[in-house]
Design a protein around this ligand. Structure first.
Ligand SMILES: Nc1ncnc2c1ncn2[C@@H]1O[C@H](COP(=O)(O)OP(=O)(O)OP(=O)(O)O)[C@@H](O)[C@H]1O
Ligand SMILES: [Mg+2]
Length: 213
């Protein structure tokens, strides 16, 4: 799950794909008893900005917790002494000249925002968002997920509340339903070109810098 080489040649833990950051940060929302999780990714090529927002309606954090939230030694999990999810995302932001914000209100919820220049050389690839969203749906069936992905003016939205309404009595974790949800996300993301330019830019850069050694 974690890489150990950093683009700057230093050793450290680096998350290899954005989807893994999203999985990790969304896990916090589930632990915080949220029943609605909103994931919004915007690839804005006109302004060279990649924006990622993860918002929940969970128990939130008070100001003292909020101050410590990106400290790797801060965790409210009883089973461990380090909390790496948010500190890793913040580290990715710092490595990519990005910005990182956490906003939280006790009993209302939490919003994590990360923003990057789209053409930064160290930007991780998007990763497999269809598998990530399906994993989140299956992780806790009572948490509804809205996944919105924009590429300039094109938009893809998946809302499990809508899917559940259409399904009626059929559970969302029925294997055929899950397969169909995954297919729909994959097709929807291809249709808007999600991650395409992001990954293409990296491949082109790698080729241009391949010395053949
Ligand atoms: N969405 C959230 N709602 C409420 N509290 C949160 C949320 N996200 C993070 N926190 C608080 O911040 C702490 C640190 O989060 P972080 O993801 O960095 O580490 P962790 O979840 O404790 O451990 P790890 O992610 O390594 O399994 C959490 O233990 C929790 O107290
Ligand atoms: Mg965490």
């Amino acid at each position: 799950m974690y890489g150990i080489e950093r683009g700057d040649g230093q050793k450290g833990i680096v998350m290899k794909e954005f989807s893994l950051h999203l999985l990790d940060v969304s896990e916090n929302s589930m632990t915080a008893d949220a029943d609605l999780l909103i994931i919004h990714i915007k690839e804005d090529y006109r302004n060279n900005i990649l924006k990622i927002v993860i918002k929940d309606n969970g128990k939130g954090m008070d100001t003292d917790q909020l101050k410590e939230v990106t400290n790797p030694f801060f965790t409210t999990k009883r089973s461990k002494r380090v909390g790496l999810g948010l500190s890793l995302l913040k580290e990715t932001c710092e490595r990519c000249d990005g910005k990182f914000f956490v906003d939280s209100v006790p009993k209302k919820g939490t919003e994590i925002k990360a923003q990057f220049p789209l053409n930064h050389i160290d930007l991780p690839p998007l990763g497999n968002m269809a598998v990530t969203i399906v994993a989140l749906i299956l992780r806790n069936l009572s948490v509804d997920i809205v996944y919105k992905h924009e590429v300039d003016d094109k938009i893809f939205i998946m809302d499990t509340r809508e899917i559940k309404r259409q399904l009626g009595d059929i559970p969302i974790n029925h294997p055929e339903v899950i397969r169909s949800v995954k297919d729909q996300i994959e097709k929807g993301l291809i249709a808007i070109g999600a991650g395409k330019y992001l990954d293409k830019w990296r491949v082109d850069y790698a080729k241009a810098n391949d010395t053949g050694s």
